[in-house]
Write a protein that binds this ligand. Structure first.
Ligand SMILES: *Cc1c(COP(=O)(O)O)cnc(C)c1O
Length: 386
């Protein structure tokens, strides 16, 4: 027998094999689910490490976190019961009076949460237009700002922000940079490599990929007191991801690379087909060379651009709503990043007061046969406009 070779398999292989998991006792190549809520103390009545109660985490959740850390190039990752509870833990851990800088348009739940904390006087907020680095730099106050929030690509217009440039601005002011790259999971965009301090993903979306789990994850390049504080919020609020959901997430991530590659190919084909279409006013997709974010998106996604786009249909707001009603392959549902394609009239969902184009339809392009997707949109458009 020779010693093991020194060759490390590629990231695709490591993630597909969930880090080459083999259970010591049984040889099982799939981890077991550890659903226990509590852990017995040992013979000396000592607490066993690392868990003694479910709110600390569980072995199954830690296995899912290890796979994500590997993809992110992170020191550590923490999984939460939803993307929102992960974002809330970050906001909650900030000292009272902290100054944060966020985009004017971003994921509406996070924005509502940040505005809620601001309304109670817990934090101060300044805003910038997504993708606009001059406005971002002007909103940051050196020595005052503690957190800069970047969502890229930015939901639902898919503006692209240069993460490395945003990190430089944040760091020069003594602030941390948090990125929400839910639209381009870590196999496309490793935000920590571009200088982000905290990388957030709604794992409900691409990471799980099957629309059967809600989960959120935070990953960091370096741990420290702030990370301890965020962990304590998760522990004391009890927002750790459940073991069953962590197990489904591990299963979902095994096919992440394959799923996302197909989504990206399908999205590019759909975008090209409807760009310049007589019934479409605009296709918002960073993969189109005419898109203002194209060059930065290309560098930040390895040229794959992701599976998310929006289209602005010609006609009236009702025309746009009718397109979603007439689709037979796309589901008229919220969320994104699953294997099935979804279409959504964003204004109906975000509500009055949220700045979104009234004729904008958000498309989450799945992994189906792309000809079916294109045909479905074509027939829905022609029924909606006739
Ligand atoms: C879905 C989403 C969230 C919130 O995550 P949940 O898992 O739904 O709680 C945050 N940011 C973005 C960009 C999202 O798409």
């Amino acid at each position: 027998m020779t010693d093991k070779s020194n060759r490390t398999p590629s990231l695709v292989t490591r993630v597909t094999q969930a880090l080459h998991f083999v259970e010591a006792e049984t040889g099982a190549v799939i981890p077991s689910i550890q659903p226990t809520a509590t852990y017995a103390r040992d013979e000396s009545y000592e607490v066993r490490k690392p868990y003694w109660y479910r709110r600390d985490g569980s072995q199954t959740t830690a296995q899912a976190e290890a796979v994500i850390s590997e993809m992110e190039g992170a020191a550590e990752s923490l999984l939460f019961a939803s993307g929102m509870s992960a974002c809330t833990a970050v906001i909650e851990h900030l000292p009272t009076g902290s100054h944060v800088v966020v985009p004017k348009v971003m994921y509406h739940g996070v924005l509502a949460q940040i505005q809620g904390y601001a309304a109670k006087g817990r934090i101060n907020v300044s805003y910038y237009t997504a993708g606009n680095l001059e406005e971002l730099a002007a909103a940051v106050e050196p020595g005052q700002t503690t957190l800069v929030w970047v969502e890229t690509p930015n939901n639902p217009n898919w503006e692209v922000t240069d993460i490395a440039a945003a990190a430089e601005i944040a760091h020069a002011a003594g602030a941390k940079l948090l990125t929400d790259c839910t639209g381009t999971p870590p196999n496309l965009t490793r935000a920590l490599d571009f200088g982000a301090d905290i990388s957030f993903h709604s794992a409900t979306k691409y990471l799980n990929g099957h629309s059967d789990v809600t989960a959120g994850v935070l990953s960091v390049r370096e741990t420290g007191q702030f990370w301890e504080d965020i962990y304590m919020v998760r522990k004391l609020q009890g927002t750790v991801l459940h073991s069953f959901d962590a197990w489904l997430l591990i299963r979902g991530m095994r096919t992440l690379f394959l799923r996302v590659e197909r989504s990206c190919q399908n999205a590019m084909a759909v975008a090209k087909h409807f760009d310049g279409h007589p019934q479409i006013e605009a296709v918002l997709y960073p993969g189109l060379p005419s898109d203002p974010g194209h060059a930065v998106a290309k560098a930040q996604t390895g040229g794959q651009f992701g599976g998310m786009m929006s289209i602005i249909v010609k006609g009236t707001e009702q025309t746009a709503i009718d397109v979603t009603r007439f689709c037979e392959v796309f589901y008229p549902a919220t969320s994104l990043g699953g294997v099935e394609s979804l279409i959504e009239h964003r204004k109906t969902v975000s509500g009055e007061g949220f700045p979104v184009h009234p004729r904008l339809l958000r498309l989450s392009i799945g992994i189906e046969d792309v000809n079916d997707l294109i045909y479905d949109l074509e027939q829905a458009l022609s029924r909606a406009t006739s």
